[in-house]
Design a protein around this ligand. Sequence first.
Ligand SMILES: Nc1ncnc2c1ncn2[C@@H]1O[C@H](COP(=O)(O)OP(=O)(O)OP(=O)(O)O)[C@@H](O)[C@H]1O
Length: 258
Amino acid sequence: MSETRIPATPPLLTVAGVTRRFGALAAADDLNLAVLPGEIHALIGPNGAGKTTTCALISGELAADEGRIGFDGRDVTAEGVVARARRGLVRAYQVVALFPTLTARETIEVALIAPTRSVWRPFAARDRDRRLADSAGEVLRRFGLDPDDRRPAAVLSHGERRRLEIALAAARRPRLLLLDEPLAGLGPEESAAMVETIRTLAADATILMVEHDMEAVFALAGRVTVLVAGHAIATGTPDAIRADARVIKAYLGEDDAG
Ligand SMILES: Nc1ncnc2c1ncn2[C@@H]1O[C@H](COP(=O)(O)OP(=O)(O)OP(=O)(O)O)[C@@H](O)[C@H]1O
């Protein structure tokens, strides 16, 4: 008799019993979450559920009061943002807040220089600059941005800025990319383009994304975790989540359940 076995894949990221309090409020409350290598995992939940707090706990911006965070088999609970980013755990940040006066290409060049300085060292300065510009151009074109655009990041359209943010994070070649509401504020066309961008990104990186747009979540995610009051109430495939009575009651509502 043959038996179908599902190989147990160790998670790339494990959030184990993590609690983070702000005064009397537990924004993350004994939270458990596992992100498997290669998946697009969506974190959804009502306003104030603790999604952004969870992102910050995972990236290392916020320290956990209790619990452990594991990445790639190591306990990274005590590590800060930079140490976790070096391991490949990278969050996409708002570009305009970082480099408002740089062009898209300069922004990406800065990101490319940082982790690979030693790789460029053997080349002559001019050759090095050309290679850097070529690499930055490649990254930008991949995200539908024009490498020859001379405008500073501050005046790019909202959609262009969101794409530049993700391009900047992707240029670091993360193993796990954290995206906090990548579709927020985008129109229908820009949203559709962003969904495709995220799908492309998933070829090279595992993705954990917080998103309110359920159509996009259910189109992109392999698994979904539902957060309510700092607690993960369910994790499963989009179909399982849509059919989960607890999720319908707490978040999705009857209309979205069909
Ligand atoms: N720095 C802080 N100080 C005090 N309370 C905070 C802080 N950050 C978050 N909170 C509170 O923690 C709870 C969770 O907030 P969080 O932003 O993580 O939720 P969210 O699920 O991302 O919400 P939204 O969908 O509205 O972005 C909220 O009640 C919020 O007011």
